[in-house]
Design a binder for this molecule. Structure first.
Ligand SMILES: Nc1ncnc2c1ncn2[C@@H]1O[C@H](COP(=O)(O)OP(=O)(O)OP(=O)(O)O)[C@@H](O)[C@H]1O
Ligand SMILES: Cc1ncc(CO)c(N)n1
Length: 274
């Protein structure tokens, strides 16, 4: 009998019925990056490329049950956290991650969907800061989220540097400030262990950007699970998202999903470089 092992990842996030963001984007990304994907769902959303029409949260107890089921059996090598709408759910996640001593935690502080719907309460943002950020290996805010955390607006590369450093120092974790909301380029800034590094991206002329944030954070978690250091994990994730956007999939009436099936030559799925 020939059996094999595989590196494992867990996404703790909301479901997107249209499959472009949330749990579905995370699982597609993890699969495409060669790791085994598991999920603990915080909420169901009724959502498509044009907007979010409903949110149905699970109870904190049921989220806890999902986390117990995963951690006591197939222990994840890395964890990605996405949409968590309420303070009680955030508290449950923090409690379980500490109980199970989870490592390699990527926190995407999802606040508003690509289509403009609010996905988190004000109270939950406060609890995220105090309970979950300190457990993170890296936080991945976009520019509007970083403005909320930094408390000032961000208009330039220098503003991004100041904000990433301030957030990193305040919450004692690395920060990847994503530049997808800039007009002319798609450069992301990593601030970790007292130094910053830019990851330059060519801006791809594709209006279908539903789930870019979920995809990037899941690709980073996959790479951390595979054993890459943070900088290399981000570099490879940036390459992955650029490829998924450049594949120019066009589905739905609004901002459509990316293409996770573009991995020509198995560069991302390969386990041989581990
Ligand atoms: N048009 C684009 N061309 C190239 N890269 C892009 C483009 N849009 C976003 N990205 C990249 O996608 C990643 C996600 O960034 P973005 O700022 O869009 O996240 P987000 O706003 O959290 O995503 P979401 O829309 O899912 O909430 C970053 O690496 C960013 O540079
Ligand atoms: C469920 C879910 N998580 C995250 C996002 C962010 O784009 C979204 N639109 N939906």
């Amino acid at each position: 009998m020939n059996t094999k092992k595989r590196k494992t990842t867990l996404t703790i996030a909301g479901s997107d019925s249209s499959g472009g963001a949330g749990i579905q984007a995370d699982i597609k990304t993890m699969q495409a990056n060669g790791v085994y994907a598991m999920s603990a769902i915080t909420a169901l959303t009724a959502q498509n490329t044009t907007g979010v029409s409903g949110i149905f949260e699970v109870t904190p107890e049921f989220l806890g049950q999902q986390l117990d089921a995963v951690f006591t059996d197939i222990y994840p090598d890395a964890v990605k956290i996405g949409m968590v709408a309420s303070a009680e759910l955030v508290k449950m996640i923090a409690f379980k991650l500490k109980e199970y001593k989870a490592e390699r935690i990527v926190v995407d502080p999802v606040m508003v969907s690509t289509s403009g719907s609010r996905l988190i309460s004000e109270e939950a943002i406060q609890i995220l800061k105090t309970e979950l950020f300190p457990l993170a290996s890296v936080l991945t805010p976009n520019i509007p989220e970083a403005e909320v955390l930094f408390g000032a607006s961000i208009h330039s590369a220098e503003d991004m540097e100041r904000a990433a450093q301030a957030i990193s120092e305040e919450y004692h974790c690395a920060v990847l400030l994503k530049g997808g909301h800039q007009l002319n380029d798609a450069n992301d800034l990593l601030y970790a262990e007292g130094k910053s590094r830019w990851f330059y991206g060519r801006r791809i002329d594709n209006p279908n950007t539903h789930g870019t944030g979920c995809t990037l954070s899941s690709a980073i978690a996959s790479n951390l699970a595979k054993g890459y250091g943070l900088e290399e994990a981000v570099e490879r994730a940036k390459e992955y998202i650029s490829g998924a956007l450049a594949a120019m999939l066009d589905l739905g009436a609004g901002s459509g999903p990316m293409d996770h099936g573009f991995d020509i030559g198995g560069k991302f799925t390969s386990q041989s470089d581990l």
